[in-house]
Design a protein around this ligand. Structure first.
Ligand code: PBG
Length: 327
């Protein structure tokens, strides 16, 4: 056994060149995906107070920002739509003229295949009650009726030019239901990203402002309990079995153990979502001068990659990509 003084672990840390040469984990622009918000009826982008630096886009500013993201070299953009009018079924979600579908066509036309155009597939932005699905008479979220809405939404998104559908609703059987309808309609190329281990998290707080969420109460009957790790792995295995191309763990930093375990268990790409609350915490501490903003952002992204994420959804995708280019 080699030990001190023959072995000195500090030799591996002696200079930037050596550290760079032996670093185990890489962080590259192509591994980053930028979530973006587009709001119906806006003529100018509108700031989101709890997410400094992030905006609700108008259609025009979204197009320009997508071009900018492509120039930064990131892997993709994930689009979220905020409709002007909501109803119990979330009709705006599968309306070809609904904001998300219109925005998807516009972005797809603008960036082509320079990056992967992706869409959030969930009803919560479109329902007047704010839940991710439709409700029964007694107000519970109706799993199987929601699957019918998701199938219709999936077709609308694929027809609008979305290349990758982000299944974030946490309904049982959603991957199989959507794969089936897409294949039947000739969209066998559309990728499915399953938000497999999506936890009912307090760290989604700023996102609720970002999408003007109508939710009262919580999502604990469909999103996962934060105490459960084994169940997160089980969710991922189910989704792979149903045909998911990629699985995800969300949020990222408070669930890095789940991320590692899922990465070690499945053989498909595994992504993580660095959510709005993670973003807000680092931005707020930085604004107070309490941490070094750029170093904290890069360390957070590196940690998520080290824990096993092949790619990361992060609101810093464009900015981080430009830093990584100049490193
Ligand atoms: C659901 C969805 C949510 C987020 C992404 N997709 C909100 C929720 O589940 O309550 C949160 C993302 C974030 O906090 O950054 N459509």
């Amino acid at each position: 056994m080699s030990r001190f003084p023959a072995t000195r672990l500090r030799r591996l840390r002696q200079s930037p060149a050596v550290r760079s040469l032996v670093r185990e984990t890489s962080l590259e622009a192509r591994q980053l995906v930028l979530p973006m918000f587009v709001r119906e009826g806006l003529s100018e982008p509108s700031p989101i107070a709890s997410m400094p630096g992030v905006v609700q886009h108008s259609l025009d500013s979204l197009r320009a920002a997508a071009v900018d993201a492509a120039e930064a070299g990131i892997g993709g953009v994930m689009l979220f739509g905020i409709p002007e009018v909501r109803d119990a079924e979330g009709s705006g979600a599968d309306d070809p003229d609904g904001i998300l579908n219109v925005a998807t066509s516009a972005v797809a036309a603008e960036v082509g295949d320079a990056l992967v155009v992706q869409t959030d597939l969930c009803l919560d932005e479109f329902t007047d009650h704010g839940h991710c699905g439709v409700l029964t008479a007694s107000g519970a979220v109706d799993n199987d009726a929601t699957l019918e809405r998701y199938r219709s939404m999936a077709l609308a998104q694929a027809r609008s030019g979305s290349r990758l559908l982000g299944l974030s609703g946490m309904m049982d059987g959603q991957v199989a239901a959507i794969r089936e309808v897409l294949d039947a309609e000739g969209f066998d190329d559309a990728l499915l990203l399953a938000y497999s281990a999506k936890y009912a998290s307090a760290f989604y707080g700023p996102f609720r402002e970002a999408v003007d969420s109508q939710l009262k109460g919580d999502r604990r009957t469909y999103q996962m309990d934060p105490g459960n790790r084994r169940e997160g792995v089980r969710e991922a295995l189910f989704d792979v079995d149903e045909g998911a191309d990629i699985v995800m763990v969300k949020p990222a930093m408070s669930f890095l153990d789940v991320l590692r375990e899922v990465r070690d268990t499945v053989d498909v790409p595994v992504w993580a979502y660095q959510v709005s609350g993670e973003y807000a915490m680092i931005e707020a501490a930085s604004a107070n001068g309490w941490i070094d903003r750029r170093a904290a952002i890069l360390e957070s992204l590196m940690s998520i990659r080290r824990a096993g994420a092949d790619a990361v959804l992060t609101y810093w995708a464009g900015e981080a990509a430009r830093w990584l280019r100049s490193l």
